[in-house]
Design a protein around this ligand. Sequence first.
Ligand SMILES: CCCCCCCCCC/C=C/CC(=O)SCCNC(=O)CCNC(=O)[C@H](O)C(C)(C)COP(=O)(O)OP(=O)(O)OC[C@H]1O[C@@H](n2cnc3c(N)ncnc32)[C@H](O)[C@@H]1OP(=O)(O)O
Length: 280
Amino acid sequence: MLKRYNIILYSTNKIVNSCRYVSQSMLKSTVNEKTGIATVIINKPPVNCISLELLNKINTEINKLQKDNIRGMILTSVRSLQKVFCGGLDIKEFYNPNPDRLAKYLTNLQDTWLSLYMTSFPTVSVINGHSLGGGCLIAMCCDYRVMVGPDYTIGLNETKLGVVPPKWFQDTMAAIIGHRKAEVSVIAGKTYTTDEALQIGLVDESSPDIDNAYKKGIQFLNSFEKISPWAFKMTKNISRQPISQWLIDNKQKDLEFVFNYMQTPSVQKHLGLYLQSLKK
Ligand SMILES: CCCCCCCCCC/C=C/CC(=O)SCCNC(=O)CCNC(=O)[C@H](O)C(C)(C)COP(=O)(O)OP(=O)(O)OC[C@H]1O[C@@H](n2cnc3c(N)ncnc32)[C@H](O)[C@@H]1OP(=O)(O)O
């Protein structure tokens, strides 16, 4: 029994044999050959908002890392943006959309969420700036969140744009902070400062600076050194499967609902006004 356990540990804990550096301009990914830890950096100025192209790159990279047998991953934003982790989904993808592109975008978002939420390796988001809407979603997909503070904000603010966060957005938040708090939060499109997010448990730790936040992220990943990767994967799977299975079973229905309401005149009007307010 013990022997079998050791074999599982060895075969799945194999450290990647070379340092890989992928720079796809919008997304930089490095794997440290000694530690087996990947750092994935979103790099799409000015605010790292998620276009269809960025979404594709994130999903492709997660799937590659999945095959690489890495030991863990840190997801963060390029430092030069200074105050933004991720400005959310690119609202321009939803405003006066081309229907084919919109359908592609929504499908890719579903797939990317499934990949990131269900990774078989531990993940940490180092939230080094504002993290709103889809930005909050990708941070919440990770197993652990360290947020730099005190001046940044995080939250699912979709209702402020006049749109509806799908069930799996809401469930992702409820799994972290509990149903009641998540309900109050998503209905009002609430955003939280770093301290508030720490207080309600939306983030696990806060840090006054990025280097320290990164260190805390690495410490979290190192805490799995003595955990069998197989046990980690199976346990996480059991914990997250009810939420992910809902989306797998309802992908088409979910897509049609968003695809249709997104193109209604009243939703389009709200989105237009929100975009305008950002430009001011
Ligand atoms: C089938 C199922 C699929 C499910 C699909 C789900 C669909 C659900 C409904 C839609 C859900 C959307 C979720 C979202 O993520 S909505 C977006 C949420 N994000 C925000 O509200 C953030 C808005 N941005 C800001 O608050 C600020 O920009 C900032 C991030 C705090 C940064 O502030 P800063 O002062 O540095 O920068 P500016 O405000 O001057 O912005 C610079 C330029 O960037 C443009 N911008 C900002 N955010 C976005 C965005 N999310 N999308 C597109 N463009 C954005 C901004 O307009 C400025 O543009 P300009 O230079 O041309 O003026």
